[in-house]
Design a protein around this ligand. Structure first.
Ligand code: ZN
Ligand code: ZN
Length: 179
């Protein structure tokens, strides 16, 4: 999976907070040239992190579809999307099913998950996950994903659950769903 540079991460976080960002805001926030800002916009949109707009970027939300794992309709606040090596895509209703699908597949090229607070898509490998909290919008045990570690920690403080990065979340989902 593609790794976000600290600069790209900052832009994705800005998008998560604001919904869209203009190229001028990217320049100012990161103190970079317009040309560099455009390069980052190009890259982020080509990788599916955001949609390009005439003046910058706007966050994407997942298109509705049925969950590959359980057949439920995807929850726009929680959807999980993955691309296979052959270019085909599948969606899962929430990170619970998305992570489950990833644990027994070897043909996945990349995966995107939805930030539970902002409804924006981000690279699943860089998200923070909260497993088994009392907030359960979709499948049980609940798995929610966040772009920001402090948002994930805030959820845990308020509603319990276990904080995990992508690798740990994949391991934990196997154990949790065996209960
Ligand atoms: Zn599902
Ligand atoms: Zn679900």
């Amino acid at each position: 999976m593609k790794i976000l540079s600290p600069r790209q991460r900052t832009i994705v976080n800005l998008l998560a907070q604001k919904g869209d960002v203009r190229v001028e805001e990217i320049e100012q926030n990161l103190n970079i040239s317009k040309a560099t800002a455009y390069r980052e916009i190009q890259w982020l949109s080509s990788q599916g992190y955001a949609a390009k707009t005439p003046g910058g970027l706007s966050r994407m939300t997942a298109a509705p579809g049925n969950c590959l794992q359980c057949g439920r309709e995807s929850n726009p606040r929680a959807a999980f999307l993955a691309e296979r090596k052959d270019g085909s895509q599948f969606s899962a209703c929430c990170p619970h099913c998305g992570l489950m699908a990833l644990t027994h597949r070897t043909d996945i090229l990349s995966a995107m998950t939805t930030d539970f607070f902002y409804g924006t898509l981000l690279n699943a490998a860089h998200a923070w996950y909260v497993l088994n909290s009392r907030v359960s919008p979709c499948c049980q045990p609940s798995v929610l994903s966040f772009a920001s570690l402090s948002d994930a920690q805030g959820l845990v403080q308020g509603f319990g659950g276990e904080l995990a990065n992508f690798t740990d979340a994949l391991e934990k989902i196997k154990t949790l769903t065996q209960l």
